[in-house]
Design a protein around this ligand. Structure first.
Ligand code: ASP
Ligand code: MG
Length: 457
């Protein structure tokens, strides 16, 4: 079987949902479990309705509920022709929203938002989108069934689970299998909510935004999927940001570790941590484009595959601050520890580190609320030089372990383009090299390096 997940933009309008349904209907794999995100923007709206409620801004949350109701009923009207299904849909939307309205009203009295309440509220995004898609499929004569997953979790917590640890997810995945397999046996396609329940700590904290990818991965594991497909609005993971280089190409296959590196270095599309259940069980994860379903997409596998290039992708992170620290006695041991601990105490993460006999430089993403406090603290003990508006350009890919001269070409292409490098770092796993440059050189640097390594000359 295949586990298919459709993201917010694939569910964003009646037109997008209709396209999603066509992909499901014409999918070459017979046995499919579908997982959906909320219609795009709806999770954000729900989160702000909760904020309005605890601020006792009744009009604020009512406006939002109205907007959500309109969005879904407009789509329903276009997607569902059969009277009986249409009526079912309208009743569903109205009942769910009126329950939410009561819940938000109670929050105005409590004035406080627990993670459980937050989960209760955002759940609605996926409940409504999954219902819309399943009614549309039924209207087209398909055997599809709306499947809300949160009841599984509530039944589990009545028993022995108090935390959402590894054991919890194992057990959850087992239960998922026992619910979904009988449906597949009856040739029914379950349309599951990406939201899977009020878990300890709250889904946003315990899993993070974009949790529907994780749900699809858990389903893939639970049902022994051959493949998990994440359907989104781009044709896969690209060789660089297409807004900078329009010739950027899709990477055919990459390893879980490369995908993780790319995500940490600022490439979006998918956060690989959300698909670890799949990768751990050796299930191929493919990123596909709902608007261009014939594009092959990008496969993420445990080991990946080398491309015929010297590496796979170029990332760029802007708004970087470089701190260079000097002390009267740099050889004094413990400076690195002290520096790392100071950063950790302000919850500031360090991206690159470079040391010399007389100084240590680190890079930090600018805009951290405690950055200036960290600098003030460090200045009490060290000489600190702060440079803002830097950028980090990085090349990523396992291929570079085998190719000779990649670093040399990377740096000399930057030099030829008159771009000054102020710091260099090679990743510990030998699959990435990063250089710090001026922020104003960032786009030019990406174009130059892309041309040097990827464009046929
Ligand atoms: N709708 C949720 C979010 O925006 C979950 C998801 O899209 O995966 O985070
Ligand atoms: Mg999403």
């Amino acid at each position: 079987m295949f586990s298919l997940k459709f993201g917010g933009t694939s569910m964003g309008s009646a037109e997008a949902i209709a396209q999603t349904a066509q992909i499901i209907i014409h999918h070459p794999e017979k046995d499919k479990v579908v997982t959906v995100s909320a219609m795009s923007g709806v999770t954000d709206l729900l989160l702000s309705s909760a904020q309005y409620a605890i601020q006792n801004n009744v009009q604020g949350y009512k406006n939002i509920l109205q907007e959500i109701e309109e969005k879904h009923s407009t789509a329903l009207k276009i997607l569902v022709k059969e009277e009986e299904f249409y009526k079912e849909g309208i009743d569903f939307i109205q009942t769910k929203l009126s329950n939410l309205s009561n819940f938000l009203h109670a929050l105005t009295v409590i004035g406080e938002l627990s993670s459980r309440s937050n989960d209760e509220i955002i759940a609605l995004g996926e409940i409504l989108s999954a219902k819309l898609l399943s009614l549309h499929l039924q209207d087209l004569g398909e055997k599809a069934e709306f499947t809300s997953l949160d009841t599984i979790v509530s039944s589990m917590f009545k028993h022995d689970h108090t935390t959402s640890d590894k054991h919890f997810f194992e057990c959850f995945s087992h239960k998922l299998g026992s619910i979904l397999t009988p449906l597949l046996e009856k040739n029914v396609t379950p349309i599951c909510t990406g939201f899977f329940g009020k878990i300890p700590g709250g889904i946003v904290n315990a899993v993070g935004r974009g949790y529907s990818d994780f749900t699809a991965a858990l389903i893939g594991k639970a049902c022994n999927a051959e493949e998990i497909q994440i359907w989104t609005d781009v044709s896969g993971i690209l060789s660089t940001d297409p807004r900078i280089v329009k010739e950027a190409h899709v990477i055919t296959e990459l390893s879980f570790n490369e995908a993780t590196e790319l995500a940490n270095l600022g490439a979006k599309v998918i956060h690989p941590q959300t698909i670890w259940p799949a990768v751990k069980n050796n299930i191929l994860v493919r990123i596909k484009n709902t608007m261009a379903p014939d594009d092959p997409g990008t496969a993420i596998t445990k080991r990946g595959k080398d491309s015929h290039y010297a590496f796979k992708s170029i990332t760029v992170q802007k708004n970087i601050t470089v701190l260079t620290i000097q002390s009267a006695n740099m050889s004094e041991s413990g400076i690195l520890i002290d520096l790392f601990q100071s950063c950790a105490s302000y919850d500031i993460s360090i991206d690159l580190v470079s040391t010399s006999e007389s100084s240590i430089s680190i890079t930090i993403q600018n805009g951290h609320q405690h950055l200036s406090r960290l600098i003030t603290e460090l200045e009490k003990r060290y000489m600190v030089k702060t440079v803002h508006n830097k950028a980090i350009i990085a090349i990523v890919g396992n291929e570079m372990r085998k190719h000779i001269g990649v670093a040399g070409r990377f740096f000399s292409s930057l030099a030829e383009a008159n771009i000054n490098i102020s710091m260099i770092s090679q990743g510990a796993n030998e699959s990435n090299i990063s250089a710090v440059i001026a922020g104003s050189d960032a786009n030019n640097a990406v174009k130059t390096v892309h041309k040097e390594f990827f464009h046929t000359k």
